[in-house]
Design a protein around this ligand. Structure first.
Ligand SMILES: Cc1cc2nc3c(=O)[nH]c(=O)nc-3n(C[C@H](O)[C@H](O)[C@H](O)COP(=O)(O)OP(=O)(O)OC[C@H]3O[C@@H](n4cnc5c(N)ncnc54)[C@H](O)[C@@H]3O)c2cc1C
Length: 433
């Protein structure tokens, strides 16, 4: 339900493998179930109807979440052209489904709700003639010569950018347990999409697995939507999310079962019960401690993984980081990867949160702008970038709640000299610019 997997593939108007979580409802839409291998559309797509475009732009932004949108605005502020591509039919990324208020100072949207931040970005971007956007469009590949392929609705684009910012976000993790494919088991982000973006209550009573910020926030949002939350299950001995969020759901009497995991779900065609079990200090289930809850919804909020597919395809040097949720591109302080003029920002650079995603987008944009410019424009961009880097590392990430991400990001950040060495030992197949 966040456009990242194949779980919702259906045949829509005869076209198989359509991600239904990203397909707007329209009058007369014919939606059919698909099983296993599919046949090509009965009516062949007339290739004559597909428009082909060649596009040149200063900067291509892959992904229109907070990091991509903040980057685009910064690039445009310095007078350069930018193209933002997003798979969804609306810009905003995960912000669209966030109904809680952000912390922090007003310049960083403190006090605003996530979807309001998205609305503000969309308004600013819509009225900026330097920024072009393509929604319902997928950046599907990169080719020799630094050319990027974009597949849109009945259109195909070949984009030649001088620099690229990859702000592709994250995917949700899944969990092994008995009957985990029963309808009613979904990712927490999926529930946020159904509930907060599309305005549909995802179930009547829920069990939430995972007490990180996403798990805790979704529990509160479920309550607001009238869903009974029976419990939050957490395998670790302590709550992972911020204290203030956890305190809120405890006040509503939702138990947080620490050192517990989900063992199984049961039901006839859809979830009607979930079974949890206590674990010992080595995370092994303790027999005899099983408890069952009558629920029709089981939400998995067990962590996010950086969406690194675009960087892997470009041949960027990567590093595994447990602190950042998985495999991420190595980068310099100004967020350039080992692929020349390919930058990374936001969750794709390692799971953190929306405010750091916004700051990273701006840092990447300023680095590109300073390279494209000369004279006072270049030095102004460089100065602004240095200031933001200092703020991010010395002030914002000094917060203890970001300690893990900070450690992870330190370990994947290298100096420009080291990056040059990495490039010469293992030259990437493409570069931009
Ligand atoms: C499921 C989920 C729930 C979250 N819930 C909360 C929450 O409740 N509270 C909170 O504070 N934080 C939450 N976060 C964290 C916060 O939203 C993120 O840190 C922030 O949105 C990251 O911004 P981003 O721009 O890096 O990525 P995103 O906001 O994920 O945006 C990435 C965008 O890139 C697009 N995209 C990806 N690949 C391609 C491609 N190849 N072609 C075209 N488009 C592409 C996607 O469609 C998406 O719109 C959540 C994150 C996720 C993933």
């Amino acid at each position: 339900m966040i456009g990242k997997c194949s779980s919702c593939f259906m045949i829509v108007n005869g076209v198989p493998n359509t991600k239904t979580c990203r397909e707007p409802v329209a009058d007369g839409l014919v939606v059919e179930r698909q099983r296993g291998w599919v046949s090509p559309p009965a009516e062949q797509v007339d290739l004559g109807n597909v428009e082909n475009y060649e596009v040149e732009t200063d900067v291509l932004v892959v992904g229109g979440g907070p990091s991509g949108l903040s980057a685009a605005l910064k690039v445009a502020e310095y007078g350069y052209n930018v193209l933002v591509v997003d798979e969804h039919f609306r810009l905003g990324g995960q912000l669209l489904k966030q109904t809680h208020k952000f912390f922090g100072n007003v310049e960083l949207f403190g006090g605003m709700r996530g979807f309001q931040i998205a609305e503000e970005y969309i308004k600013k971007i819509g009225s900026n003639e330097k920024i072009k956007t393509l929604t319902q469009s997928v950046v599907y590949g990169v080719f020799r010569g630094g050319v990027v392929g974009v597949s849109g609705k009945n259109a195909h684009y070949v984009v030649k950018p001088k620099a690229v910012i990859g702000s592709t976000g994250a995917t949700e993790r899944y969990l092994d347990f008995i009957n985990n494919d029963l309808p009613g088991v979904i990712g927490a982000g999926g529930a946020q999409t159904i509930m907060n973006e599309y305005g549909v209550r995802p179930g009547d009573s829920a069990l939430v697995v995972g007490s990180g910020n996403v798990g805790i926030i979704i529990s509160y949002q479920l309550l607001q939507a009238g869903v009974r939350v029976k419990a939050v299950v957490e395998i670790l001995p302590e709550v992972g999310g911020w204290f203030v969020h956890a305190a809120k759901i405890r006040r509503y009497g939702i138990p947080i079962l620490l050192q517990h995991t989900l063992k199984a779900v049961y039901g006839n065609g859809k979830v009607s019960e979930a079974e949890v079990v206590a674990v010992d200090n080595n995370f092994n289930p303790v027999p005899g401690t099983e408890k069952r809850f009558e629920v029709d919804l089981v939400l998995l909020a067990i962590g996010l993984e950086p969406d690194n597919r675009f960087f892997a395809q470009c041949g960027a040097a990567m590093k595994w980081s447990p602190d950042l949720g998985g495999l991420v591109p190595l980068r310099t302080l100004d967020l350039e990867t080992s692929v020349k003029n390919l930058y990374v920002a936001g969750d794709a650079s390692g799971i953190e949160e929306a405010t750091t995603a916004i700051i990273e987008g701006q840092i990447a944009a300023l680095s590109i702008v300073s390279k494209l410019s000369d004279g006072s424009r270049a030095s102004k961009a460089e100065e602004e970038m240095e200031k933001l880097i200092r703020f991010l590392w010395d002030e914002y990430r000094a917060s203890p709640v970001l300690a893990r991400a900070r450690r992870g990001k330190q370990l994947v950040t290298v100096s420009r000299e080291e990056m040059e060495k990495i490039r010469s030992v293992n030259p990437p197949p493409v570069s931009f610019g």
